[in-house]
Design a protein around this ligand. Structure first.
Ligand code: MG
Length: 376
């Protein structure tokens, strides 16, 4: 089922303290960016983010490419209407509060499944605590039977939701979108909610989300290997650095075995095939290409999955040229290409003591390992 996402990020105040909570940073990404990345990873198209007037520049800076920005209205209902107007024709739409960053593609797929038998679906948690109502100093116990705490995202078939919003009076404040569909008689179902979908509301919620973000991430490892043959020339490209030498490396692109091995390692960490799948050697447009673009593409795929690269380690295997004098330049180049701190990047070198094709200087080989942190 093709679906769009509307993320409501138009709040300007903050009960959580400080800057509007959707633009606070959580482990290097703005809170709103977490949901954007999860929706993209789950295949939402388009992803619309509704922001407050005046926050567009901030939003553009923190949300990255491939997001439609829309200005919100005075109320949540008006903001959702503005978002819905921007999604075009899709079968379904998910509406989500930006203040719930720990959304995963698994939540999204479960909601899509639920739409097979309903007009709307939302995650909800049973009320576990005893409920009390205090009025005029009188405390009474409220029956919690059948009560649920509604979360987001809430998923809808587009047509019934659009109809419901057309009939919904702007005067009535809807605190969620399922309420709008319910009022029009649409069939809404609950799916199991997730405590990790907590909405950041109060200052202490941010610390809780930070702790949950820690455990909700998984680490994956990928490895890559590449080798290129030496031929006549005046230098080699290795890890994005030109190294003077009395030979060159032969290849379709610039034959940078270090970058190729590292690109394959990153692709491997997110199970995204290999460098040849993304940049076929049969395609003439990659002839002589600087291998930077291969590496940047692999890193972008990690970001699209809501992940981040946490470490890379490259080993170059050759008798000549000597790598050590260029090692720091290579680390700096990789750090710049991957937008990572230098202490996340390792470049090493070894010989094979004269043995094998590298020992005979027929060619140069490279191995790489990359670690990537992804939403769990
Ligand atoms: Mg290669």
């Amino acid at each position: 089922m093709n679906f769009a996402a509307v993320i409501v990020a138009a709040g300007t105040g903050s009960r959580a303290g400080g800057a509007p909570k959707q633009w606070r940073m959580l482990k290097g990404r703005a809170i709103a960016r977490w949901s954007v990345d999860s929706f993209k990873a789950a295949g939402a198209d388009p992803v619309v983010v509704v922001v407050a007037a005046g926050q567009e520049d901030q939003a553009r800076r923190w949300l990255g490419e491939g997001v439609i920005l829309v200005c919100g209205g005075a109320s949540r209902t008006e903001s959702v209407r503005a978002g819905l107007a921007a999604i075009g024709e899709v079968e379904a739409v998910m509406i989500h509060d930006a203040a719930r960053p720990l959304l995963t593609p698994a939540h999204i797929h479960a909601l899509l499944d639920a739409l097979n038998s309903a007009d709307g679906a939302l995650p909800a948690l049973p009320v576990a605590d005893t409920l009390k109502r205090e009025r005029a100093g009188q405390v009474a116990t409220v029956d919690r039977e059948g009560l649920w705490r509604a979360q987001t995202p809430q998923a809808f078939r587009l047509e019934p939701l659009r109809d419901a919003y057309t009939r919904w009076s702007n005067a009535a404040a809807a605190t969620d979108d399922a309420a709008v569909l319910e009022s029009a008689g649409g069939r809404v179902v609950l799916i199991p909610g997730d405590p990790a979908l907590i909405k950041i509301t109060h200052p202490e919620d941010f610390a809780m989300v930070e702790r949950l973000a820690e455990v909700a991430r998984i680490t994956r490892v990928g490895q890559g290997f590449d080798a290129h043959r030496f031929g006549p020339g005046d230098g080699v490209w290795l890890c994005g650095v030109k190294v003077e030498h009395d030979l060159t490396l032969i290849g379709h692109s610039d034959a940078d075995a270090g970058l190729h091995a590292l690109t394959d390692a990153i692709l491997g960490a997110v199970a995204a095939g290999d460098i040849g799948d993304h940049f076929p050697p049969s395609d003439p447009k990659w002839r002589g290409a600087a291998s930077d673009i291969f590496l940047r593409h692999a890193a972008e795929l990690v970001h699209q999955r809501g992940g981040r690269i946490t470490g890379v380690d490259v080993t170059l295997i050759c008798e000549q040229p000597r790598i050590k004098p260029h090692r720091e330049a290579m680390r700096a180049r990789l750090a710049a290409l991957l937008d990572l701190p230098l202490d996340h990047i390792s470049v090493k070198a070894t010989t094979t003591e004269g043995m094998g094709f590298t020992g005979r200087s027929e060619g140069l080989a490279a191995q790489a390992i990359a670690t990537v942190e992804l939403p769990g």
